[in-house]
Design a protein around this ligand. Sequence first.
Ligand code: BG6
Length: 479
Amino acid sequence: TVKNEQFPQGFLWGGATAANQIEGGFYEGNKGLNIADVLPGGKERLKVLKEPGFNFEIDKTKYNYPNHEAIDFYHRYKEDIKLFAEMGFKVFRMSIAWSRIFPKGTELEPNEEGLAFYDRVFDELHKYGIEPVVTISHYEMPLNLVKEYSGWKSREVIPLFERYASAVLNRYKGKVKYWMTFNEINSALHFPIMSMGFSVQEGENKYQKIFQAFHHQFVASSLAVKACREIIPEAKIGCMLLHAPVYSYDSNPENILYALQEEQIFNYFCGDVQVRGEYPGYAKRFFEENLVDILMEDGDLDLIKDYTVDYIGLSYYMSQTQKKEKEGLDTAAGNLLEGVKNPFLKASDWGWEIDPTGLRIGLNRLYGRYQIPLFVVENGLGAYDKIEDDGLINDDYRIDYLRSHIEAMAEAIKDGVDLMGYTSWGCIDLVSASTGEFSKRYGFIYVDKHDDGSGTLNRERKKSFYWYKDVIKSNGEVL
Ligand code: BG6
């Protein structure tokens, strides 16, 4: 047991999820189809996400679609929230499925049944004193917008998003005070399908498409910040970045420069725009060298400058190690980020390199750069869990992972970082975003649901459930 007294009073402990990965009920309450509904389950998904030319169609003869039922939070939210309350959650991060509120994305009025569902969820959370932390868009854009407009490629999606954001901000102004605009906005550099709603075709200039879409999202995000300031002045609204600090493979200055450039484009570019309100200087050169020419309208840059975010929400799972010439070296393919293997790190069963010190480094780098509060809204270990003969799930590997990352946050706070809270990812087992598996489990709560679709959906407390309960109760003193 490690003792530390570093977490401030009021630190926001909790867990994190996304609508498409837990709710199910994909056709209920007038919900429209969204991107997650057409992503296949299993390792096939990763292939779809990486290869060009995905057609966004459902093909049940070839694939299964785990997000359709997910873990049925849509019907079981009361039971789940009760378990979160038992662990002592102060906050619960969730997202609103855009296509529950605007099924096609183009309607003029929101869908009352969808709005009423989230009212019930928020009321249930408040019953236990749990504050919701809400992501407005988490990989679940209405499919109709993908088909009609090619997602964020098109500027026409901006006012549709603004309408959606204003509708939820208005409806829940008395119930939600922590908001985020786009989940892991920078992840599009690797996976535009999930967050931007298009795939890059063979022979296309990937960067032109992605950075143009980023621009539309930046404008949309600023419009949501503007609406939030007007509708709920006391609320806090953040951006959300996938943070994977970049290391140079060695001390060769060429590699250090290369690592710096990767860090700028992947880790900092979106934050620089959303926090500082300006396109950074290095982007100009990157755009020139990669033939990127962003179409902007008058007023865009003012809006981006005037409506920056209050805090940075970040996910942290891994660092990345980069080298200019990768030939002959093993890649850390499982990391999804195309770096090389770091000889000092072990990896999860999915090849994600485990690096708690990287969290401390990342928090220091981000806070040093931006000087606004940070909120770790995702972190966790995807692992295979086993139910023992006595019915227990002894997930000590998960406890070890989380403990070491919480210790790293405590160190970062001692380093002077202003950290608001921590919501570990997948506090209840859910559908994996990148592989569509149920067997990649993150939860403190086990859900009896399997990759072949079988399972009772029953919920069970894992060993980590009791451990996390003590962590929260002691405000991070007992780890
Ligand atoms: C983040 C996403 O990328 O990582 C989540 O915001 C996702 O939606 C999480 O589930 C873990 O990734 P995966 O692929 O293991 O589910």
